[in-house]
Design a binder for this molecule. Structure first.
Ligand code: LLP
Length: 419
């Protein structure tokens, strides 16, 4: 459920007409709803209330906006970060360092050092090599780095190939068979405090069975480690729960997911950790755009909007579906293609889709754009970096300004030898 609804025939974020924001900020613009973020954060936490001890770290990669992180920090969420940049955002938003989990397959020495100095709560190690490096860095600094070992369970998450991470052929984690040996060796190193295991099999997961299988395997590994006298107090089950992108789609709910986790982890005697991203941020944002013109086509007209694949990359990258609608729908629909102005055919948001009738100058939205939307934006075709707005009831604020192409151009220069 989200708080984007029609009020007096026009689409609003909470109480604010999207048209008001578009008029003042221009388009394209991402608009987030505070109430929706809070609702999702609470629903997800509530779904896990059957677990004795829980830590939730929002996957910053899904929406790293500072205001979003601040909002989630107020909800008691920590952060799952994958770079020094994300770590600094989470800290700047007021998240305590001990509530931050540092994930990622390629943490550099510089990042490991910065994270140890910041007192990050948990490093999710992706290899023995990384653990050995981190042990040396922490010892050198007279610190102890608290760690979990990310294991690749070799389970197919049955999601899009590009966002699947838990199969043996994927680059993530250490192989299940080698995990116990690596955990034992890393546990013996000065500078590391190995306290648990981590797993994350993919994103936009629409079937709970693969996650269940992966978690069962992690439980067995945990028992094996304990039988060897090794300590396991934390189990990080990652993120990945999918959200409905099509109006009528039905997916497992946070409550279904929570019930599955409670059942699988019964008797584990650990703090269970989670790294949800999309399920918190996905439906909390829309991308507002303006129709530039409607161009005649051979089989269907082309609705050319002022948002493009640089603003919302998901359709071009993963053939992802985002519901498309008019901000002031007339009630009439037609079959059309929805495209952006960028000079390649992958800049297509919808093909032969039944959509609201729109004309040049009308405002439109792409829904469920709060996750992996603004954060994946870029400036391809020398376009501006898209701005972001947060709505709270009948108030709203710009939370990321548009970065104009001129600003990017100003950072470039022609070297002397080309003058
Ligand atoms: N934890 C780890 C280790 C991850 O790699 C990810 C996502 C998450 C948590 C959060 O997953 P979520 O709950 O959001 O599914 N750009 C793609 C999604 C990439 C996901 C990468 N990892 C998209 O737009 O669909």
């Amino acid at each position: 459920m989200d708080h984007f609804q029609l009020i007096d025939g026009q689409l609003c974020a909470e109480q604010v007409p999207l048209a008001d924001i578009a008029r003042d900020v221009g388009t394209p613009v991402y608009v987030y709803s505070r109430a929706t973020f809070e609702r999702h954060a609470r629903v997800f936490r509530e779904a896990l209330s059957g677990l004795p001890s829980v830590h939730i770290a929002f996957a910053v990669k899904s929406n790293p906006n500072l205001a979003v992180l601040r909002l989630l920090s107020k909800e008691g969420y920590g952060a799952d970060v994958v770079s020094e940049g994300e770590m600094n955002r989470a800290l700047a938003a007021g998240m305590p360092a001990e509530d931050i989990v540092f994930s990622g397959v390629g943490k550099s020495k510089r990042e490991l050092t910065a994270a140890v100095k910041a007192g990050i709560g948990q490093f999710n190690l992706e290899s023995e090599e990384e653990g050995v490096e981190l042990a040396a860095i922490a010892s050198e600094l007279g610190a102890t780095a608290t760690c979990a070992l990310r294991v690749n369970p070799d389970v197919d998450a049955r999601t899009h190939e590009k966002i699947s991470t838990g199969k043996a052929e994927n680059k993530f984690g250490v192989s299940y068979d080698r995990a116990a040996g690596i955990y034992a060796r890393l546990s013996a190193l000065e500078g590391l405090n190995m306290r648990g295991l981590a797993v994350h099999i993919g994103s936009q997961i629409s079937d709970l069975e693969p996650s269940r299988q992966a978690f069962v395997k992690m439980g067995a590994l945990m028992e094996e480690l304990r039988a060897q006298g090794l300590s396991v107090t934390h189990m990080d089950l990652g993120g990945g729960l999918g959200v409905p992108y099509k109006g009528n789609e039905s997916l497992p709910t946070p409550a279904d997911y929570g019930a599955m986790v409670v059942e699988v982890t019964k008797g584990w005697d650990v703090t269970v950790m989670f790294e949800p991203g999309r399920v918190i941020s996905g439906n909390a944002g829309v991308l507002v755009s303006e129709v530039i013109r409607v161009k005649e086509g051979t089989s269907a007209p082309w609705i050319v909007v002022d948002a493009a694949m640089n603003d919302l990359a998901r359709p071009a990258m993963y053939d992802a579906w985002h519901d498309f609608a008019a901000v002031k729908p007339t009630g009439e629909t037609f079959t059309a293609n929805v495209v952006g102005p960028i000079c390649e055919s992958s800049d297509t948001f919808a093909k032969n889709r039944e959509v609201d009738v729109v004309k040049a100058g009308d405002l439109v939205v792409f829904r469920t754009a709060g996750a992996y939307g603004a954060t994946m934006a870029n400036t391809y075709n020398s376009r501006a970096l898209v701005p972001e707005v947060m709505v709270d009831g009948d108030a709203w604020a710009l939370v990321a300004g548009r970065i104009e192409p001129e600003t990017i151009l100003a950072a470039e220069s022609v070297p002397d030898f080309l003058v």
